[in-house]
Design a protein around this ligand. Structure first.
Ligand code: ZN
Length: 214
């Protein structure tokens, strides 16, 4: 299996990647994870990436692509397959990835776009509450505090976290959509894109993805 998962924060992309990794025995590759590994191993690429991260700069495209290519060439990844999570983010990365995979003779099978109704994500995230003092997290539906509106640990008032406010969520989803639209179009034109409704429970979404990629 050689897949890409695309989806904004809050749609359960991490959950699905983990399910596929454990049930299918394939690798989940994200640029974050690859950066960490290269930096830990202090490879040339790792040190280069680290120098950007340390200065608060974005790791340049070329370095990210080089690291991804290195990981994709590893025999275990070639043998078992992969899901790319959070990569590619740009057309340039998508084109570079096509070149690498063509060279390795392991073409992508599908690109899965996990999609949900914006209102649904807004509704789901607005149940999350955080303590204004100690930072403990609650959920008014699944993990309510003992005393309504107050922290169990320190008795301070609870609030919807600022990045979970409806406007913040809408902005985040909108900028994700704008940022990834060209990449989504790129794979749509290649006939690889599969859109999956990600609003149901994880097991149903998992089955939907399996169906869509067959
Ligand atoms: Zn507290």
């Amino acid at each position: 299996m050689r897949l890409i998962f695309i989806g904004p924060p809050g749609v359960g992309k991490g959950t699905q990647s983990a399910l596929f990794a454990s049930r299918m025995g394939i690798f989940t590759l994200s640029s974050g994870e690859i950066f960490r590994k290269e930096i830990e191993a202090q490879t040339d690429l790792g040190r280069l990436a680290q120098s950007y991260i340390r200065h608060g700069d974005l790791v340049p495209n070329g370095v990210t692509i080089e690291m991804m290519a290195k990981r994709l060439r590893e025999p275990e990844v070639r043998k078992k397959g992969f899901i790319l999570d959070g990569f590619p983010r740009t057309i340039r990365q998508a084109e570079a990835l096509e070149e690498i995979l063509t060279e390795l003779d392991m073409p992508l099978e599908s690109v899965v776009s996990l999609e949900v109704d914006v209102q649904l994500i807004v509704d789901r995230l607005k149940d999350r509450l955080g303590c204004t003092k100690c930072g403990e997290n609650y959920n008014s539906k699944s993990k309510p505090p003992t005393r309504d509106g107050f922290c169990d640990k320190c008795n301070s008032p609870l609030m919807v976290r600022s990045d979970d406010q409806p406007d913040a969520i809408r902005n985040r989803l909108e900028s994700f959509r704008a940022e990834t639209a060209p990449v989504v179009d790129f794979y749509e034109n290649l006939g690889l894109l599969r859109r999956v409704d990600s609003s149901r429970d994880p097991e149903q979404v998992y089955q939907e993805i399996l169906k869509s990629i067959q």
